[in-house]
Design a protein around this ligand. Structure first.
Ligand code: HEM
Ligand code: FMN
Length: 678
């Protein structure tokens, strides 16, 4: 069906003669034949097994049995087949596009998302979604109306004048002339929608205001067309969309798969969001069999930790270890680490912490903060590592922050948590705003803070060293005090990576950034020091726009000389490829073969100063002797002066100790991941 629609659209735009489109036309015809034969089979199946009572009361039976009151004639089989295809085409694409756009608006507007979900929880609760809920889900209706205003899937429709006339006393139209109504424009008219016409504000579409708008500006909102030929499927589509969204939001929480995705609208006959992917997380640990039973109307019980909008029981009322009962845990107690991170620092810290967990007797799970909405575990400690962006949460933390800020009373009594914040003191007013907010709000909600919040400053601190200090000196001792566990004084990374070399040449690129093209570069102020200033002109990729105040991300490379130094230090061939498999979360490209130069250029930071723990782990692999003593000195008394202040990197140390047998996987594990700079 999609191929037919696409080809139908393309045919309208043709400029070349018919003969040059022969093969495309053959494919078009053969796809139409498939549609017709499938519709024919549906019709034949119904004709073979008719129900005497005319049930089910669906469109197919209406077309089969209906008689035109004026002519007394019934529809022909041919016409029924045509109409079946029309309903399929007109009804599928449009509704699917509206559902996708609505989901996009919901995941990018946490506040709206919370209100919709709260309404569904209030109106539907945990039982099956029924038809009489449709009229009661008023805010959800407003959200769909506002979505259709913003992105009507059919963004224009046409009318032909049947006679000469003057429209609105102003516009002279002759019989036979076509007029196109551009919804994409008229739906954003500030005369109707005011200053906020370009903002997503579902409140304006609540029944009373919507009716007022439609009265004051007739047809101002017409995603279903107008008049006699307006959409015949509108009531059906409305029910379908409300029921589908109610079911989805009742049972799942959705987060954007790629939090830095920005909307790209793809146009065929309808418009749709392109490459928009979301992740569904069952609410409160809903199991597949419970979902199946609920959809069948056979289960209306609450799931563990389910539904925590204000009128629902809280997850923390259920289960779990009370923190003040300090008891020993068996190896494998869960440590859950959530991160809010746009450019990767906090995400990397979360992965590092997860890697360390096993040596402390914990089994770690890592996820984004948004995945923790309504799902804060109570069966073990939680560590939250987050940054702030202009005082707001990172893209993958907005729903979580909105959720905790809007919870009433003490609801998280069984949650035990620790927060670590990354920030930059140049943002004076909102320095560490989000980690602080999370830390204090969780406490207000009754959760137990197990250790004072740790922080670091991107302005002038070695962030990873600071994090390691907090982790080693405060976090683990606190976790062990409350939860037991064991500490191994082994600072060497456990070998969660194994590395093998091969030769195919495939390059893996970062997915969360799109490449711009530098079209002009000239030096404005040259300087021997670091402060040279350049003028750059960048051509943006298609579908990306830039307005004053937007940020450009720079995904840097390590300098070629540094990469070559690393290659030489580990005696690698410059054109060798590497395949990494990882048993723990990692930001390195895994299970794919990539050139070693690409890995060292693009995925890891080679120039960052070594952390204390990095040096210590090199000390641990050194054989007894002078090198070992020197590494011990660098890792302890001389760390501050000889490593941190001189910004000595792991590679520098590796070169300084050429005889040190550092396995390559060990080296990779020590390096921080390459981060974007904004
Ligand atoms: C959100 C979902 C939908 C949207 C936004 C939508 C939109 C539209 C629009 C703009 C038109 C043209 C109206 C005009 O020219 O004034 C139309 C026509 C039509 N729609 Fe829909 N539609 C949707 C769902 C459906 C569904 C579910 C069905 C069938 C099951 C359907 C069947 C039709 C048919 C048959 C027509 C042609 C009506 C005629 O020419 O008389 N639509 N739709
Ligand atoms: C555009 C922008 C805005 C920022 N706003 C803040 C802020 O409001 N408060 C703050 O403490 N840090 C702010 N920072 C600093 C980041 O939070 C800090 O660099 C952090 O380490 C980023 O972590 P991440 O890589 O995990 O996202 C901002 C950074 C950028 C690039």
């Amino acid at each position: 069906m999609y191929a037919v629609l696409k080809a139908a659209g393309d045919r309208n735009m043709r400029v070349l003669p018919y003969i040059l489109h022969k093969s495309a036309d053959r494919k078009f015809e053969s796809n139409i034949a498939i549609l017709r034969s499938t519709a024919g089979q549906v019709l034949a199946a119904r004709q073979r097994a008719p129900d005497a009572t005319g049930d089910p009361k669906d469109l197919l039976n209406a077309m089969l049995n209906g008689v035109d009151p004026k002519t007394g004639r019934k529809m022909t089989e041919e016409s029924i087949i045509d109409n079946l295809i029309t309903f399929l085409v007109a009804g599928h694409e449009t509704t699917a596009a509206t559902l996708s756009f609505t989901m996009y608006q919901l995941v990018t507007n946490p506040d709206v998302y919370r209100k919709v979900q709260a309404e569904i929880d209030r109106v539907v609760g945990s039982g099956p979604v029924m038809i009489d809920h449709v009229g009661k889900l008023k805010y959800l209706s407003a959200v769909i109306r506002e979505t259709l205003r913003f992105n009507a899937p059919i963004s224009a429709f046409a009318r032909e004048a049947t006679k000469d006339e003057t429209i609105g006393g102003k516009y002279r139209v002759k019989a036979g002339e076509q007029l196109v109504c551009l919804l994409a424009k008229s739906h954003l008219d500030p005369k109707v929608y005011g200053d906020t016409a370009n903002e997503f504000v579902p409140e304006r579409m609540m029944e009373d205001n919507f009716n007022r708008l439609m009265k004051e500006f007739p047809h101002c909102w017409s995603p279903f067309g107008t008049g006699l030929r307006s959409c015949i499927g509108r009531p059906f589509a409305w029910q379908e969309m409300i029921l589908a969204l109610a079911m989805l939001l009742q049972n799942f929480n959705f987060v954007m798969d790629n939090p830095s995705y920005s909307l790209i609208v793809q146009e065929t006959l309808t418009i749709k969001p392109k490459d928009f992917k979301i992740r569904a997380i069952p609410r409160g640990g809903l199991m597949p069999f419970q979902l199946e039973a609920r959809l069948a109307g056979a289960f209306s019980g609450r799931t563990q930790g389910s539904l925590t909008t204000s009128d629902q029981p809280s997850p923390s009322n259920l289960s779990a270890r009370r923190l003040n009962n300090v008891d020993k845990v068996s190896v494998g107690t869960r440590l859950t680490i959530f991160y809010g991170s746009d450019s990767g620092t906090c995400e990397f810290m979360a992965q590092r912490l997860a890697n360390d967990a096993a040596s402390h007797g914990f089994k770690a799970a890592v996820d984004t903060l948004d995945a923790a909405r309504e799902a804060l575990p109570t069966d073990g400690p939680i560590v939250i590592i987050t940054s702030s962006y202009e005082g707001q949460p990172p893209h993958n933390a907005g729903h979580f922050v909105d959720w905790i800020q809007n919870m009433d009373g003490e609801k998280l009594d069984d949650v035990a948590y620790a927060v670590y914040g990354c920030g930059h003191s140049d943002w004076v007013k909102s320095y560490h705003r989000i980690p602080r907010l999370v830390d204090t709000t969780l406490e207000r909600l009754g959760a137990r803070r197990i250790v004072t919040m740790g922080t670091t400053n991107a302005k002038d601190r070695d962030m990873f060293s600071d994090f390691e200090c907090w982790e080693d000196e405060l976090l683990w001792p606190a976790i062990e005090k409350h939860f037991g566990g064991r500490t191994e004084n082994d600072n060497s990374p456990t070998s969660s990576l194994s590395v093998s070399f091969s030769s195919p040449r495939a390059l893996t690129l970062r997915q969360d950034t799109r490449e711009g093209f530098v079209v002009a570069a000239r030096t404005l102020v040259s300087s021997e020091s670091h402060s040279a200033k350049k003028h750059l002109e960048v051509r943006l990729p298609s579908n990306i726009t830039y307005s004053t105040g937007d940020y450009l991300a720079v995904l840097p490379h390590n300098p070629k000389e540094t990469v070559l130094r690393a290659i030489r230090r580990f005696n690698l061939a410059w054109d060798s490829h590497v395949t990494i498999t990882a048993s723990e979360p990692t930001t390195l490209p895994t299970d794919t073969s990539i050139p070693i130069s690409s890995l060292l250029t693009s995925y890891v930071e080679l120039g960052q100063p070594a952390t204390k723990r990095n040096v210590l782990s090199l000390y641990l692999i050194a054989e007894d002797g002078k090198s070992k003593q020197e590494l011990y000195r660098l890792a302890t008394d001389a760390y501050e002066t000889d490593v941190r202040l001189k910004r000595v990197s792991i590679l520098d140390i590796a070169e300084q100790f050429p005889d040190l047998l550092i396995p390559f996987n060990h080296f990779l594990l020590l390096l921080p991941p390459m981060r974007v700079r904004k």
